[in-house]
Write a protein that binds this ligand. Structure first.
Ligand code: MLT
Length: 399
């Protein structure tokens, strides 16, 4: 009999967003006539930009002609896209070699897949609250997880605790779910802590395009020393509306290493390449052409317009919190608004209350960790009309 990986028994019964979707679909079945507004999962609503769609069409035409048809592509991504990504990093003052860039189907997959490279015997440091994929994937591997607390008192930006040793450190900035964003000094501290501990930072920058404050970093590589200790994951999902199109990128600098039990230094870039060649056949050519178009001048302009549109929604939500005197974070350098649950409710109680009374879906903070038990997340990714209507209904709860 095949023996099951019992680490899976340690997981919550369902993934956070599947649980939310299940509850919403039950509510819809029971209330077919009520109009539900979704501000739950961070899924975009604006269509792909014109430049991106044209590039996709042109690539689809190439695939339909014998002379330009392509079969398997390079597992690491086509050179044209790796070059565009390296060009994008130059805007942040970061120089990358193209072979340090690996094109993927999104940051969710790669933040999980990267765990393949690390032994089970590592201590993993994970902020709480945070995107649940880091905890779930390390739990699947049976690793020891140590949490650091993000609370209102530290503005949901926990800093290293020198009394704790960690081998692998997850950082998500701007943070999902809290919208809080580390500044340069804070990231410098994380990089020093990682170097002191011989640890690797796994830096999720999926929301970097929402950073509006010019003094805040978009990439961990803006910090000196990070190219020796950090792997970075980014995605076009939120930047350019690729949640359904699927394209992201992972940066594994050649200087980042990890050690074997007999003391050999392993080059993570080489090992990640080895892993990808075995387990991944690359992102479709058509999608990679679309992704490269995002990095063109016209594509970036369209992407920035999308971001600006969503950030107006974020303003509407944040203004509502201000008006009602509810404690909140986010909404400035992030499409998420994270607020304290009103009426003394915990986050799942408030989820049900908001759905039942206002027909608005949000995401309960408890799904991101215990420090989220009394907090709640709303996303700015719906359209302006729905966001305004949702906030009208939200305010009515207080009358
Ligand atoms: C979220 O709502 O947290 C994100 O959409 C999830 C994801 O990017 O996988």
């Amino acid at each position: 009999m095949a023996k099951f990986n019992e680490n899976f028994l340690e997981l919550k019964e369902s993934y956070l967003f599947s649980e939310v979707a299940k509850r919403v679909s039950t509510f819809k079945e029971n209330n077919p006539d009520r109009d539900v507004i979704r501000l739950g999962i961070g899924d975009v609503t604006l269509p792909l930009g014109k430049t991106v769609v044209e590039a996709m069409h042109a690539a689809a035409d190439e695939m339909g002609r014998a002379e330009t048809f392509r079969g398997y592509g390079p597992e690491q991504g086509y050179d044209f896209l790796r070059k565009s990504i390296a060009g994008h990093y130059k805007i942040f003052g970061v120089e990358l070699d193209e072979d340090e860039i690996f094109v993927s189907d999104g940051a969710k997959s790669d933040t999980g897949n990267i765990t393949d490279l690390f032994s089970r015997d590592n201590t993993v440091l994970i902020p709480d609250p945070v995107y649940p994929v880091y905890v779930d994937t390390n739990t699947m591997n049976g690793r020891n997880i140590v949490y650091i607390n993000g609370t209102a008192e530290n503005d949901f930006l926990p800093m290293p605790d020198r009394s704790i040793h960690a081998d692998i450190i997850y950082i998500c900035s701007p943070n999902n779910p809290t919208g809080a964003c580390y500044n340069r000094d804070q990231l410098r501290e994380w990089v020093s802590y990682a170097i002191e501990n011989d640890a690797v930072i796994l830096f999720d920058s999926a929301y970097e395009s929402f950073v509006s404050n010019e003094s805040l970093p978009h990439s961990i590589y803006e910090i000196e020393g990070a190219q020796k200790c950090a792997v970075e994951f980014c995605s076009l999902s939120k930047t350019a509306g690729f949640t359904g199109t699927r394209c992201g990128y992972t940066i594994v600098p050649k200087a980042v290493t990890s050690t074997t039990s007999d003391g050999r230094e392993m080059n993570l870039n080489k090992m990640w390449n080895r892993r990808q060649c075995t387990k991944f056949n690359g992102v479709p050519y058509v999608v990679q052409r679309a992704a490269a178009a995002v990095f063109s001048d016209a594509g970036m302009k369209e992407a920035r317009e999308m971001t600006a549109h969503y950030m107006k929604n974020a303003r509407i939500i944040a203004d509502t919190m201000e008006e009602l005197g509810i404690r909140y974070t986010g909404g400035i350098n992030s499409p998420y608004i994270w607020f304290e649950c009103p009426f003394g409710m915990d986050s799942w109680q408030f989820f049900d209350h908001l759905l039942e009374k206002a027909c608005v879906v949000g995401t309960p903070g408890a799904g991101f960790g215990k420090n989220g038990n009394n907090w709640f997340r709303l996303t700015a990714f719906n359209n302006a009309e729905n966001t305004s209507e949702a906030m009208k209904r939200f305010k009515a709860l207080f009358k």
